[in-house]
Design a protein around this ligand. Structure first.
Ligand code: FES
Length: 146
């Protein structure tokens, strides 16, 4: 049911923890299952130099956050914002359809952290146009359809 990559990231998740002096912190929750994901970013010159996460959730959410943090580390803020949960799931060698919403939590945690960062620094990212952390439930519904 789960790929070897999913199992690897679930049993040995990368970048677990928190960053005390993080430049951006995002937290999202899935209202359906109650799982929560928190991500911390260290950003220098628009590059994500470090990222950590804490996930109180299912195995797919843990594997997704582990993979997503690996994928955005060293990338620009814009590149991180462009990362979709489908790309995360693809890198994991797939997730069962019923678990796609778990990968969406990772995408949303990244966007939520950078959303806070953009507000703090008065920055504008076109990738965040229309992003509203309080509308997570709608996004989750979308994510489950694939
Ligand atoms: Fe809640 Fe996977 S079941 S995030």
């Amino acid at each position: 049911m789960y790929s070897d990559i999913v199992m690897d990231h679930f049993t040995n998740p990368r970048n677990v923890g928190e960053i005390e002096d993080a430049d951006a912190v995002g937290q999202v929750g899935n209202p359906k299952c109650g799982d929560i994901m928190k991500m911390y970013f260290k950003i220098e010159d628009n590059i994500i130099v470090d990222v950590k996460f804490k996930t109180f959730g299912c195995g797919s959410a843990i594997a997704s956050s582990s993979m997503a943090t690996e994928m955005v580390k060293g990338k620009t803020v814009e590149e991180a914002l462009a990362l979709s949960n489908y790309e995360v799931a693809k890198e994991l060698d797939g997730l069962p359809p019923a678990k796609m919403h778990c990968s969406l939590l990772a995408e949303q945690a990244i966007k939520s952290a950078i959303f806070e960062y953009s507000k703090k620094h008065n920055l504008h990212y076109k990738e965040l146009e229309g992003f509203n952390p309080s509308e997570e439930e709608d996004h989750h519904d979308l994510g489950e359809e694939e």
